[in-house]
Design a protein around this ligand. Structure first.
Ligand code: ADP
Ligand code: ADP
Ligand code: MG
Length: 666
C-alpha cells in the first residue's frame, strides 16, 4: 500500500479522498490554487503545494505542476478525483513517465471511453445494447442530417468528447437540424476542443440508470449494483438514489453483466461507471462510460457498506478486489441531494459569495454530509458552485425520503442563493415520492416545484422580532456580567428604560411587504402585535442564531441569522429573508441640511428608489442605506424635487456625506 498520495483536485472530493487515506494511515498531499489557500482540503491534508492562480487552466489543469508537486513531496500515487484531469490521457501518460501511480484505469481504457463515438463502437462489438443512432467518423453535415432523418425525430446531437451535460442539442424536427448541429459544434469546440458529434434517437421519458463497476489488475471485475440518476436539470443530476426503484433482480443481473462486459472489453481496472438510458418498459441501452469515481458514489457506499475510495487505493497498489460478486449485497436505500449555490428561480443560475452562516444537519448512521467548505469560506466564480452532497440512508425508500426531508429542513445556508428549498419540494413532490421517475420530472412537475410565493405565516414576523429582542437582552446580560454593578437597573432586560410605556415598534421588510411589530415588555417575555393580532412570546437565542421559541404557549425551534441588515429566518423547513428597517429614518428625519440629505451614519447604498429629476411628496422614499445591521430608508423631508444622487448602488458612504441633492418646493 502507498505511504503518501497526492490529490489532484479540490472541494468535497479532495476532502472525501483525504478522509479515507487518513483512516488507512496514508499521508496526503493537497494541491491548491491561490484562491484556495485557506480551503478545507488544504487544511485537512498533511502537506499542501501551491500550483498557481485561481483559474483552473492555470492551476488544477496544469499537468506539469501537479507532477512536479508529487515529485517534490515524494507522493507515490495521484488520485485525480472527478472532473479536472480525471479522464485526461495526457495526464495519465505523464504519471507513467514520472513513475507515479495514477489511481484510475489504464490509459487505454480512458482513451477508448473518452470519445462517446469510439465507446459505442467498442460496446457494440462486445454485444452491449446501444442507443439507436449514428456514431461514424464521417461528419459531413448532409450525411448527418440524412442519418437523423433515418433515425426519426426527435434526435439528440451529442459532442463525442462531451461531458457534464454540455454539447448536447435536442432536435425536434428536420428543419431545425442543421442550425442546431452548428450550435452544438460551436459549443463542443469551445468546451472540449473537438467538434466531432454523434446522433442518437431521443428516448422519451427515459430513466438514467448507471452501474458501478470495479476491476482489478488480476482480471477480476464486479458490479456494485445500480444508481438511478433520472432527476436532472439541464441534463445534470441533482438527486440520485440506490437501488433504482422498480428494479427486478433479473434486470439488475442483466444490466450488471452488460456493464461488466463493457468494462472487460476495455481491460478496465479501478472504479468506473457504465451509464445506461432505460425505457419505461425496462429495455436499456449503453450511453457512455465514466472512467473515474462518480460524484454520486456515496449512495452505493451507503447500500453496500463499502468504501469505494479504499477499493480504489487497494486496486491501484496492486491488490485484488476485496470481495467477489456473490459476496456483494444491497442493504436498505440511499439518496443523495446535491446542495448547490444557485438560484432555482432564476434558471439555476450559480450564486457566489461568502458562506456567512453554514449549519449542516448532524452526521450519524443515517445522515452523511460530504463537503469542501466551512462557515466563512467563499463560493468563488472559478469553480463548481457545489456546497455539499447530502446523503441519507434507511431501511427502505419511504424512510430514506423522510430522512432526506428532515435533513434538508435542518440545513441552513446564509450568504449565497441555494437550492435547499427546491430540493425539499423535489423530495416531497408526489411524482418523486411515488418513484414515477424519468429525466423530464423537474420540467413536468414545474407547477409543484416552483409554486407561486405562498403567503408568509404570521410567525415569521414574530420570530424575527423575538430574535432581535433576545439578542439585545443577551447583550445586556453580557454587559452586566462585565460591569462592576451587576444589579444596576440599566442592565434590566425588561425594557423599562427604553421609554415610559415600555412599548416600541420593530420594523421588518420582506420583499414589498413592510410590517411593524409592536413590542410590549412583560415579565419573562413580550407581547408582540402584528396587524392587530397579539401573541405572548418568549424564548432563548444562542450566538449561532439557534432559537427556542414559544408563541402563546406553542413551542418551536427556529434559527435567525443576522447578516448586515438581513435577517434570515428559518423554521418549519422553510426560509425567509427579511430586512431590518430602522424606524427612526423611514419617515424622513434622516437628512435635513439645506439643499441636500445627509447620511445619518456610515453605510452602504443598497437601492435608489426615486428617479433623479422627479418631483416627490413629503416622506417619499428616496434611497435605502444599509448601516449598523439595518436598512434605513432616506425619505423626502418635504415636497420637492430630487436634483441628483451623489452615490450609486454599492457605494460606501461616510457619516454626514450628502446623499441626495434635493430642492424643497416653494
Ligand atoms: P454527459 O457526458 O454530459 O454525462 P450523457 O451522454 O451521459 O452526457 O447524457 C447526459 C444526460 O442526457 C443523460 O443522463 C440523459 O438524461 C440525457 N440523454 C442522453 N442521451 C439521451 C437519449 N438518447 N435520449 C434521451 N435522453 C438522453
Ligand atoms: P456584533 O457585530 O455586534 O458583535 P453580531 O450582530 O455580529 O454582533 O452578532 C453576533 C452573533 O449573534 C453572530 O454570531 C450572529 O450570527 C448572531 N446574531 C446577530 N443578530 C442576530 C439575530 N437577530 N438573531 C439571531 N442571531 C443573531
Ligand atoms: Mg453522462
Amino acid at each position: 500500500m502507498f505511504e503518501k498520495i497526492l490529490i489532484a483536485n479540490r472541494g468535497e472530493i479532495a476532502c472525501r479522498v483525504i478522509k479515507t487515506a487518513r483512516r488507512m494511515g496514508i499521508k496526503t498531499v493537497a494541491v491548491y490554487s491561490e484562491a484556495d489557500a485557506n480551503a478545507r482540503h488544504v487544511r485537512l491534508a498533511d502537506e499542501a503545494v501551491l500550483i498557481g492562480p485561481a483559474a483552473a487552466k492555470e492551476s488544477y489543469l496544469v499537468i506539469d505542476k501537479i507532477i512536479a508537486a508529487a515529485k517534490q513531496t515524494g507522493a507515490q500515487a495521484i488520485h485525480p478525483g472527478y472532473g479536472f484531469l480525471s479522464e485526461n490521457e495526457d495526464f495519465c501518460h505523464a504519471c507513467d513517465e514520472a513513475g507515479v501511480v495514477f489511481i484510475g484505469p489504464p490509459v487505454a481504457a480512458i482513451q477508448a471511453m473518452g470519445s462517446k463515438s469510439e465507446a459505442k463502437k467498442i460496446m457494440g462489438a462486445a454485444g452491449v445494447p446501444l442507443t439507436p443512432g449514428y456514431h461514424g467518423d464521417d461528419q459531413d453535415p448532409e450525411l448527418l442530417k440524412r442519418e437523423a432523418d433515418g433515425i426519426g425525430y426527435p434526435v439528440l446531437i451529442k459532442a463525442a468528447a462531451g461531458g457534464g451535460g454540455k454539447g448536447m442539442r435536442l432536435v425536434e424536427k428536420a428543419e431545425d437540424f442543421l442550425d442546431l448541429l452548428g450550435s452544438c459544434k460551436r459549443e463542443a469546440i469551445s468546451s472540449f476542443g473537438d467538434d466531432h458529434v454523434l446522433i442518437e434517437k431521443y428516448i422519451t421519458r427515459p430513466r438514467h440508470i448507471e452501474i458501478q463497476v470495479f476491476g482489478d489488475s488480476h482480471g477480476n471485475c464486479v458490479y456494485l449494483f445500480e444508481r438511478d440518476c433520472s432527476v436532472q436539470r439541464r441534463h445534470q443530476k441533482v438527486l440520485e438514489e440506490a437501488p433504482a426503484p422498480g428494479m427486478t433482480p433479473e434486470r439488475r443481473a442483466a444490466m450488471g453483466q452488460a456493464a461488466v462486459d463493457a468494462a472487460k472489453a476495455v481491460g478496465y481496472v479501478g472504479a468506473g461507471t457504465v451509464e445506461f438510458i432505460a425505457n419505461q418498459d425496462g429495455s436499456f441501452y449503453f450511453m457512455e462510460m465514466n472512467t473515474r469515481l462518480q460524484v454520486e458514489h456515496p449512495v452505493t457506499e451507503m447500500i453496500t457498506g463499502l468504501d469505494l475510495v479504499e477499493w480504489q487505493l487497494r486496486v491501484a497498489s496492486g491488490e485484488p478486489l476485496p470481495l467477489a460478486q456473490e459476496q456483494l449485497q444491497i442493504r436498505g436505500h440511499a439518496l443523495e441531494a446535491r446542495i448547490y449555490a444557485e438560484d432555482p428561480d432564476k434558471g439555476f443560475l450559480p450564486s457566489t459569495g461568502a458562506l456567512l452562516h453554514l449549519s449542516p444537519p448532524a452526521e450519524n448512521l443515517h445522515v452523511r454530509v460530504d463537503t469542501g467548505v466551512e462557515e466563512g469560506d467563499e463560493i468563488s466564480p472559478h469553480y463548481d458552485p457545489m456546497i455539499a452532497k447530502l446523503i441519507v440512508w434507511d431501511q427502505n425508500r419511504d424512510r430514506a425520503l423522510a430522512r432526506m426531508l428532515q435533513a434538508l429542513a435542518e440545513y441552513r445556508v446564509v450568504g449565497v442563493s441555494n437550492n435547499i428549498s427546491f430540493l425539499s419540494r423535489l423530495t416531497a413532490c408526489p411524482a418523486f415520492a411515488n418513484a414515477d421517475l424519468d429525466t423530464g420530472l423537474i420540467e413536468r412537475e414545474k407547477a409543484y416545484l416552483f409554486p407561486e410565493a405562498k403567503a408568509t405565516p404570521a410567525e415569521v414576523w414574530y420570530v424575527a422580532a423575538l430574535a432581535e429582542l433576545l439578542r439585545e437582552a443577551n447583550r445586556g446580560a453580557a454587559k452586566a456580567r462585565r460591569d462592576e454593578d451587576p444589579l444596576s437597573p440599566w442592565h434590566a432586560r425588561d425594557g423599562w428604560r427604553l421609554n415610559a410605556s415600555a412599548k416600541r415598534d420593530l420594523i421588518f421588510r420582506l420583499g414589498e411587504d413592510q410590517k411593524a411589530v409592536n413590542v410590549a415588555y412583560r415579565a419573562g417575555g413580550y407581547t408582540l402585535t402584528v396587524d392587530g393580532k397579539s401573541v405572548e412570546a418568549r424564548g432563548e437565542l444562542n450566538a449561532r442564531g439557534l432559537m427556542r421559541v414559544e408563541l402563546d404557549g406553542m413551542r418551536m425551534d427556529a434559527t435567525v441569522v443576522a447578516a448586515n441588515e438581513k435577517r434570515h429566518v428559518f423554521f418549519h423547513g422553510r426560509a425567509w429573508q427579511l430586512s431590518n428597517v430602522d424606524p427612526l429614518h423611514h419617515s424622513g428625519e434622516g437628512g435635513g441640511a439645506e439643499g441636500g440629505l445627509l447620511a445619518p451614519m456610515p453605510g452602504k447604498v443598497i437601492s435608489l428608489i426615486a428617479q433623479a429629476g422627479a418631483a416627490v411628496e413629503k416622506g417619499a422614499p428616496l434611497l435605502i442605506l444599509e448601516a449598523m445591521k439595518m436598512e434605513h430608508t432616506i425619505a423626502a423631508p418635504a415636497a420637492g424635487t430630487v436634483k441628483a444622487f451623489r452615490f450609486a448602488v454599492g457605494d460606501q458612504v461616510g457619516d454626514g456625506d450628502e446623499l441626495v441633492e434635493f430642492e424643497v418646493s416653494a
